[in-house]
Unconditional design. Structure first.
Lengths: 499, 149
């Protein structure tokens, strides 16, 4: 009965349209080197305003899944990974495309992605409720500390420079506090701009941070070089024997991806490499790795797609986004006034079930779309950036404007894009910034509410058992980050003195 | 300008911004029953950023990269930013979004295609691509999802 209710809620037609559109844009952007997952999700985020909550979330999730697979297309066909996550499969994918056929390599990739996607979805479905049930035992001090863990992890594990990543995170927190204060009703940091009273538009910020800044990076590079590829056999299919051969690698990749995906700040690039190593260690033909092994393609791809479902786990159950892509998807929740976390799981089970069903449907649709359209995406690889950049620019502009119909948002996105373009070259972290901006209301509200409850006694953050456990994780993460920073500093000093 | 200098300038800019925020938050220090106040968290975060910037400055002075900070194809990036800004301004004042969009796409594509030479064929291709994108956007945004541009 619940499942039927979910289907009614999602409205099958519009949900399938959202899934199809998300997959198409995700696969296309994933396939085009230089664009990738975050731009794909960013470009689609403003469309969330025109859709229902479930459809918009499925649109972005489908885009996430599609981009994970799309990145493999250019890795296999051109030997250039479309996304960082596809890097681990370049060697085997490109080698197999040359020695056997691109279609065979793409087959291992697509079957691996589909298997990983379904595995990640099952992990999400089975673990989301227990984690959320556990999270219901947590109170404001723990939610504040969990938010801090999420931010520290992103800065410690996912960035090049810890200090600059922490500055990015803190700046993101400040931007997340712009607007009317929920406790006192007083506008903060708005500079009298009415458009900022509701806070910074998440779509404008995401487009500025990721789309505009990436466009400027593309403009900085040669814009008229177009890729060429040898049109080999592009039929994507695997025999039963080949599927059985790659099965162990797919399972290995999926398990690794599901575990790594749930950790904030680590991401699918790491899981892809770990899955590749794991599959090689478990393979009966390890000597084939690096020379066109189907297992070497299927394992990282399974891991990449398994991270999607797993990354949703802490977000849906605890309300903590662990990566920039999930933070952008969080934008869709914010746009529709939905607060992810244990309360959502308890109070809105229909929506959660619709998301789960839609997520599994996304993986299945991805399989068939991948089979039918991979050749089309491969052909898109020959488009030079001179034509792509204006098209992405105009999509970004329309997207931001359509989100709230305010010109201010466009200037905000452009300004942030210019600043981010420079800051990225200096190793600041736009991902940390966005995640912090999304988490800022949760962190501030939990912090202040905890202090109201304790009548200003700060010891409330370390007296409860759960708080102590989370505080210990914070200290361990901080210690690791400081250790890594000091080591990097020493290496830099050694390099400076040598030169 | 070296990476080291750019880093120091950016740290100085961030510190200035944080000081401005701390100053602005002072006016919100009115006490509220049971709550620490709207000023507290932004001020605390701003102080944290200042502290991190101080660490960053010390580190930059100690081991900062001395090579020149270069923005590749700076002229093209600057022209693109100016054209985007001009497009936004003219859209506000002149309207006719889709017509302006077509011109915007054509101008940008022609600028980016200039290194390969602009001839009649290139102009036809650019016009066709710009027209196709404009038409696609018009159908999608004006007739499918009804965005008033």
């Amino acid at each position: 009965m619940d499942i039927l209710a979910s289907f009614e809620l999602a409205s099958i037609g519009s949900a399938l349209f959202a899934i199809g559109l998300g997959l198409f844009v995700g696969m296309l952007c994933g396939a085009l080197p230089g664009l990738g997952l975050i731009i794909a999700v960013t470009l689609l985020l403003p469309l969330s305003y025109t859709m229902g909550p479930v459809e918009s979330i499925l649109l972005l999730l489908a885009c996430y899944q599609g981009a994970e697979y799309g990145g493999s297309i250019s890795a296999i066909v051109l030997g250039i990974p479309g996304t960082a996550m596809a890097a681990p499969l370049v060697t085997d994918g490109f080698a197999m495309a040359k020695t056997e056929s691109p279609g065979k390599a793409l087959g291992f990739s697509l079957y691996g992605s589909t298997f990983g996607g379904i595995f990640g979805g099952i992990v999400l479905i089975f673990f989301a409720e227990p984690v959320a049930r556990f999270a219901l035992k947590l109170a404001d001090p723990e939610f504040f500390l969990l938010g801090v863990v999420g931010l520290l992890a992103v800065a410690a594990f996912g960035a090049v420079d810890f200090i600059k990543a922490m500055i990015s995170v803190a700046l993101g927190l400040l931007c997340g506090m712009v607007g009317i204060d929920l406790f006192s009703g007083v506008p903060r940091m708005t500079m009298g701009v009415l458009a900022l009273y509701d806070g910074m538009n998440i779509a404008a910020v995401a487009v500025g941070l990721f789309a505009f800044s990436e466009i400027f990076v593309m403009i900085s590079a040669p814009m008229n070089s177009s890729h060429t590829f040898t049109k080999g056999d592009m039929r994507i299919r695997l025999t039963l024997k080949e599927m059985v051969y790659a099965f162990k690698a797919m399972v290995t990749g999926s398990v690794v991806g599901s575990f790594i995906g749930a950790l904030p700040g680590v991401g699918s690039t790491v899981s892809g490499y770990l899955a590749y190593s794991g599959a090689k260690a478990a393979s009966s033909k390890p000597e084939k790795f690096g020379k066109g092994s189907g297992e070497g393609i299927a394992a990282p791809d399974a891991a990449n797609n398994a991270t999607v479902g797993a990354a949703l786990l802490p977000f849906l159950a605890l309300g903590i986004p662990g990566s920039a892509s999930i933070a952008i998807i969080a934008g869709a929740f914010i746009i529709h006034g939905i607060q992810p976390g244990p309360q959502l799981m308890r109070n809105n089970p229909d929506m959660i079930q619709a998301i789960f069903i839609g997520f599994m449907a996304t993986t299945v649709v991805m399989f068939f779309m991948g089979k039918a359209l991979t050749t089309v995406f491969a052909r898109a690889l020959v488009t030079p950036n001179a034509f792509l950049v204006p098209a992405i620019l105009i999509s970004s502009i329309i997207g931001v404007y359509s989100s709230r119909g305010q010109m201010f948002d466009l200037w905000l996105a452009l300004g942030l894009g210019i600043i981010t373009y420079v800051m990225r070259r200096l190793d600041y972290s736009p991902a940390g910034f966005l995640i912090a901006m999304v988490l800022a209301p949760i962190i501030e509200t939990s912090f202040r509410r905890a202090l109201v409850i304790s009548q200003g006694d700060y010891s409330i953050f370390i007296t409860r058992g759960y708080s102590q456990a989370i505080a210990a994780i914070i200290l361990a993460t901080l210690a690791y980050a400081i250790f890594r920073s000091v080591r990097r500093l020493r290496q830099q000093r050694a390099a400076t003195s040598e030169s | 300008m070296s990476y080291r200098s750019v880093n120091l300038v950016v740290f100085a800019g961030i510190v200035a911004l944080c000081l401005a925020i701390i100053y602005a938050m002072q006016s919100m220090r009115a006490p509220m029953e049971g709550d620490i106040g709207a000023w507290f968290v932004p001020s605390a975060v701003a102080w944290l950023i200042i502290g991190l910037c101080v660490v960053g400055v010390i580190r930059t002075l100690a081991v900062g990269r001395t090579e020149t900070f270069v923005i590749p194809a700076f002229g093209r990036v600057l022209i693109s930013i100016l054209i985007i800004a001009l497009f936004l301004v003219s859209w506000v004042y002149l309207g006719a979004f889709y017509l302006q969009m077509f011109v915007f796409l054509m101008v940008l594509s022609l600028i980016y295609r200039r290194p390969v030479g602009i001839d009649a064929r290139q102009i036809i291709i650019t016009t066709a691509v710009s027209a196709a994108i404009t038409l696609f956007s018009y159908i999608v945004f004006a007739h499918l999802i009804y965005v008033d541009l």
